[in-house]
Every structure is written in structure tokens, then in C-alpha cells.
Design a protein around this ligand. Sequence first.
Ligand code: FEO
Length: 406
Amino acid sequence: MTAELVKGIHWVGYVDWAVRDFHGYNTHRGATYNAYLVQDEKTALIDTVKGPYAGTLLKQVAALTDPAKVDYVVCNHGEPDHSSALPAVMAAMPNATLLCSKKALDSLGAYYDMAGWKVQVVGTGDSVSLGSRTLAFLETPMVHWPDSMMTYVPEEKLLFSMDGFGQHVASTGRFDDENPLPMLLEEARIYYANIVTPYSGKVAETLKAAAGLDIAMIAPSHGVIWRSHLADILKAYRNWSEGKLKKKVLVVFDTMWGSTAKMAEAIVEGIASVPGVEAKLVAIRSSDLTEIATEMLEAAGIAFGSSTLNRDMLPMAAAAMSYARGLRFTGRAALAFGSYGWGTGGPEAIDKGFAECKWEAVRGPVKSKFKPDDKVLDECRAAGRDLALRALELATASGYEPLLID
Ligand code: FEO
């Protein structure tokens, strides 16, 4: 079912209610792959969908126009969730010219046989007239791939923002005001934490470039179209892309026989003793990487713990650290902790990993031989307090702007 953004511009994408995994990200509310049809004197399709849903996309286009009359297909990004319907779409639209960035020739050329496709490379500053409306292009490399770009329609103040400002939400409401706003902002937070964080510098540059555009509507490639709550999502993106931090300390741990869990709880007590600092405890094996990354996004402090197994941290703790390192949640105050038996190694491995995460340890690892006694638990409380005090300094300096969902 299509939806009209403004007269002559329709959503023609696919709602994937069933998908729960998006390269490891737990999409617990499903997802959408958004495509848009712009009808003017000339007609343009903005992006496509995942390959298996090409038929749905083409049916929706056919309900609005003859696919053979489509003049342009814009590919803003070559990742297969948006491009793998291209072969079917280009076959059904023989008169269309594919518009994409120079870098997209690499990704699209690797994925698909482009022989016979009419292709025109576009970049920042280029535009194509559809008649009364224009498609203006803005390259946004690394938001989310090197090939990424956004397409702006100045006459409608409409930005097709590709992955930027997306959320993984399957819903019958295509617009932000047709869904609960707190849910959308939370899903935008999960999406940013798990997909966008490594490219925050580029996102901040894009926001600055886009600040010169008059924007009334942002139509991303995933989730709802922002038309009523732009200020909320733009404020959130300023926080996240500029690495602004909340007065929050995350305690994340894995435990073998409960000793490291006891230490984690004592650290939480120490954090909670500092007024104004929120403590959050996440047990790695009863959570998932998606939740852990989301909790890390705005945390100014992270206490990371593991029991020792085979002179190292537990495997699930290592997975969480690897994920966090890749997502580049840099600039946090940190504390390593954990238990050991006859051989040390778990908390030490964590402490060593902080350098690669670019986290600043407030002290050396807090360790417990087997079960923590009162002395160790007191040490945990003191370390938690020290971590919270440093996190408070970092958060205060960062200038985080509170969101509706805080
Ligand atoms: Fe939604 Fe980077 O693809």
C-alpha cells in the first residue's frame, strides 16, 4: 500500500514485519525498505528494496504509472537492502537512467551485472530537473558506505536521507505522527548505536552541510518519514554524532559462578552514591549485543567485568568488547573488574582492551580471587564511585541536550 508524502510523491517500499536480524542487529520491531516515486513531467524512483520484494515495489509503481515511463532510478546507496531489487527494477524500467555516485559504480558493479543499464554518475552540486521539481544530490560518504548520497527536492523542502535518520520499525504508519514518538526515538537510538556510531564524524559533517538546506520533511530508507518531529530527531542526531554523553555509567559483565556478578552489584552501589549519576547494569548473557551497544551509546562511564576462563575473559564478554570496539564508542571513563581462581587473566584482558576502545581507565582492574569478600566488595564500591565521578566530569563537559525519551 502506497502513501503520499506530498502531491505526486509516494512511498512505494516494503514493510518487512518478520525480519529479526540485520547483519547481527536484533530488529525486534521488524524493518522497512523505503522507496519513493516522484511524478512530475518526468518520473523518478528513489531507491529500491531488498531483492525478494522487488515484485511488491513494481506492483506499487505500476498502480501509479507505467514502469516503462519511469525516466530515472536514483540509487543513493549500494548496500543490498536498498539495491538488490535493482536488476528486476531496471529490467521493468527499460527507459530509465540509473543515477548514482561514482563510488556506487564499485559496489553496484560488484553485486550486479549492469550491462545494458543506462547510468549517469552524479555528485554533490549536481541536479536533475523533473519539470517543476528538481533532484539535487549531496554525497555523504560513510553515511553509511563510501557510495552513500542523499537526494534533496528543494521545491518540496524534502530530503531523501538514505540510512541517516532511519529506524528499524515495521508499522502501518508511514509518518512520524502516525506512531508513538517515544518508541520512534528509542528505535532511532538503537539504530544509531548499532549502525551509525562508527561514522559519527561524517554524520556531524553531513548535518552541517544539511543545515544550509531548508528541510520540512526527511524521508529515510528505513522506518518512518519525519514531518512533524524534525526538531526531536535532529537534536538526537546532534547529541549522538558529536559524542555527547549522559551522566550515566553502564556496568556490563559476564560471570561464571556469580562472583563477578556480586562485584558488579557493589560497583552499582558505588555509582549510585554519586548524586545525579544514573547506574545501569547489564548481564551480557541475559542480554544481547544490540542492547549492550544501545546502552553504551550515551554512557559516560563503562565498568566492564568478566570472570577468568583459560587466562582470558569469558567468550561472550570478548564478543561484547569486540562489538563495542568496532562501533567506536570512544572517550569513556572505564573500569575493569572480575574474578579468577588459580590463574589470572580475565580482568587484565579487559583492562588491556580499553586502549583499543579509546577508553580511559580510572584505575587498574579490581580483582577477586574466587568469591569476593567484604574487603573486595568495599573496593568495588570505591571504584564505582571514582568511575561515576569521572563520568560526571566527562558528561558535564560534553553538553548533552536532553531528549524526550530521557
Ligand atoms: Fe540500509 Fe546501509 O543500508
